[in-house]
Write a protein that binds this ligand. Structure first.
Ligand code: 5GP
Length: 184
């Protein structure tokens, strides 16, 4: 049995405070999975996780689905180790699956400026899928620079830098079960 995580985490000179507790996250991920199960009934979607940040959300989400699905992954680089989005996006891993005429669900950890997911959606659409939808655990509505329709949103959060549940700080802290925000 794992110990409960602290409410405050110290990272060098900075402090992160709990924003979303693990129980709250699990409850919401189950709810999203139930909605997605209904929406994709009989459709055998390909669920595409955007690496690295989505890996925990993706894994919990698919475990809670009660439909058949296929899984693939995309990898982009955008932030480096910075806390502010550079908006520069580079493809690091392409898809293995043939997505022509398939129903695609893209799974993101967080939509911040919206530039990464817009870029990926354009690439996917150019391969003629039957449909493309987007699921993100977190959305920062105040940071959006690109108009993008997100079909499934776990939580809308303020414009703060967050870590945990897949989200990193210089590649660390992804394995926290809760989500923490940088204290202002
Ligand atoms: P966007 O292109 O929407 O600005 O950024 C999307 C990507 O930036 C996310 O998939 C995530 O990897 C990273 N990102 C955006 N906001 C945060 C944040 O608050 N914390 C962390 N750790 N990564 C973030």
């Amino acid at each position: 049995m794992c110990k409960n995580e602290a409410n405050i985490i110290k990272v060098g000179n900075e402090e992160f405070e709990i924003l979303l507790h693990e129980n709250e996250i699990q409850k919401r991920v189950k709810e999203l999975a139930e909605i997605i199960t209904e929406d994709y009934h009989g459709k055998l979607p390909i669920i595409i996780g955007i690496l690295n940040g989505s890996f925990i959300f993706m894994s919990d989400l698919v475990k809670y689905l009660s439909i058949q699905c296929e899984i693939d992954f995309f990898k982009l680089s955008s932030y480096g180790d910075e806390k502010i989005s550079s908006g520069k996006v580079k493809m690091l891993k392409d898809l293995n699956a043939d997505i022509n005429d398939r129903n695609i669900l893209l799974v993101e950890d967080i939509v911040d400026t919206g530039l990464s997911i817009s870029y990926i959606k354009n690439i996917i659409v150019s391969s003629n899928p039957a449909s493309v939808k987007i699921a993100t655990l977190l959305l920062k509505p105040e940071s959006l620079k690109q108009k993008i329709d997100v079909d499934y949103v776990g939580f809308e959060i303020p414009n703060r830098f967050v870590i945990g549940y897949g989200l990193d700080y210089a590649q660390k802290y992804r394995n926290l079960r809760s989500i923490y925000a940088l204290k202002q």
